[in-house]
Ligand binder design. Structure first.
Ligand SMILES: *Cc1c(COP(=O)(O)O)cnc(C)c1O
Length: 241
């Protein structure tokens, strides 16, 4: 949940004649990397952009020459890797684009409310919209005004057992959300990164990446009444202690 300093990275890349490629899957609409020096921006459409966890797709955004080069019949990488999305999937993703800004704002409002409540309960919570976040000022500089600070936050429970108690209580007792490694759904999704999305890393690599076994990543959904969700979240937090 750290924030990449895109202008600084673009300066380093361009100084060495390289392109800066940014994976903006976590922050579509929230941040527009092309405004901060990115040459190529990639998204998993599977997450926030599609938003319904029912389509697997991706996209690559760059200038026309770059894209045309990838489609070159003889040397283009996309000719080998398969550039063409299923048209029905492409159409369905396109129908969801008009409300992406509204959804990102709703995700961000929930994420901020959850982060503030967890912080007030004494949790070690990381969310770039909290002034306690080390990259708070950088995020505000990069973010498009009016869309908040994204839908993802993380909380450190100190151990895998506590992290699992938190998630299992919220899923099985409260119907607060689902334990799943994806993100960007209308309901809240929760995963312990060390034992799921980053489980291929050994202990040393996890430590170097700052992923302790008790970290839970939450992708804040926007369903349900905020007051009810905050009460559920608080009970989940207490159940984990
Ligand atoms: C999930 C994810 C991907 C891969 O996307 P798929 O659509 O699942 O292939 C790439 N980058 C980030 C940051 C992701 O979260």
């Amino acid at each position: 949940m750290r924030v990449a300093d895109l202008p600084a990275l673009a300066a380093i890349a361009h100084e060495h004649g390289a392109k800066l490629i940014v994976d903006n899957t976590f922050s579509p609409v929230t941040i527009t990397p092309a405004l901060h020096g990115a040459d190529v921006v990639i998204h998993s459409l599977t997450k926030f952009i599609n938003g319904a966890s029912d389509i697997i797709a991706g996209c690559l955004c760059a200038n026309g020459d770059f894209i045309d080069g990838m489609y070159d019949l003889h040397t283009g990488s996309l000719m080998l890797l398969g550039p063409t999305m299923d048209p029905r999937a492409a159409y369905e993703v396109a129908t969801r684009l008009p409300n992406l800004g509204l959804r990102m704002t709703a995700h961000a409002e929930r994420a901020l409310a959850y982060a503030k409540r967890l912080e007030a309960l004494g949790a070690n919570v990381v969310y770039p919209g909290l002034s306690s976040h080390p990259d708070y000022a950088l995020f505000r500089r990069l973010a498009n005004p009016g869309y908040g600070s994204g839908g993802l936050l993380s909380v450190d429970f100190g151990s895998t057992a506590r992290a699992n108690r938190f998630m299992e209580h919220l899923q099985n007792t409260e119907d607060f959300g689902y334990m799943a490694v994806s993100l960007g759904f209308s309901d809240t999704l929760m995963s312990a990164s060390a034992s799921s999305t980053s489980s291929e890393l050994d202990e040393g690599a996890l430590q170097a990446a700052g992923i302790s076994p008790g970290w839970v990543r939450l992708s804040a959904g926007y369903t349900g009444r905020l007051e009810d969700r905050l009460a559920q979240l608080e009970r989940g937090y207490r159940a984990a202690l």
